[in-house]
Design a protein around this ligand. Structure first.
Ligand code: GLU
Length: 165
């Protein structure tokens, strides 16, 4: 079972995110990652292995941010690799997504997004969410509406957190 943590704060939240996913370690996981909102863009860090090692190796606590999401993954779709680790970003870099569960209809969604030109970087079911959010956001520049349209399309069991720049 994976773990998800998300924080919106007034000061640096990297440590709170760390505590969030460390407290969920007991659920089991194989890899972990974070997305942190910088002034203008998202900083993504991810790796296979444990939360403490990951934070140390990628200097995550040195990243200053007040909005972030973090994830510990238990792979269901795609191997345990850095490339399959959450968060996933949309092609335009505006969205970062973490997800717990399974998108059971990801295959046809992925096929049609690829036909529309969206490029996938992982083997996961999760990545369709990032591209769907981008696709629907482009239509109205409204993240809430983009989320509702995305949720209306995906099937399965899921909890998710995302950041829109
Ligand atoms: N199905 C997703 C994956 O394989 C999420 C797994 C999880 O809940 O950690 O990446």
């Amino acid at each position: 079972m994976c773990g998800i943590s998300g924080v919106v704060g007034l000061k640096n939240i990297s440590e709170l995110l760390f505590e969030g996913i460390r407290n969920l370690e007991y659920r089991g996981y194989d890899s972990c990652g974070v997305a942190l909102m910088n002034k203008t863009h998202l900083v993504i860090k991810k790796d296979i292995g444990g939360v403490e090692d990951f934070y140390r190796k990628h200097n995550v606590l040195q990243q200053k941010s007040n909005i972030g999401i973090a994830h510990t993954r238990w792979a269901t779709h795609g191997k345990v690799t850095q490339g399959n680790t959450h968060p996933f970003t949309s092609s335009d870099g505006n969205f970062a997504v973490v997800h717990n569960g399974i998108i059971s209809n990801y295959r046809p969604l992925r096929d049609s997004l690829q036909k529309e030109g969206y490029k996938f970087s992982s083997e996961t079911d999760t990545e369709v969410i990032a591209h769907l959010l981008e696709k629907f956001f482009k239509r109205g520049r409204n993240p809430e509406k983009a989320l509702i349209k995305t949720l209306n399309l995906i099937e399965g069991t899921f909890a998710l957190a995302f950041i829109c720049t």
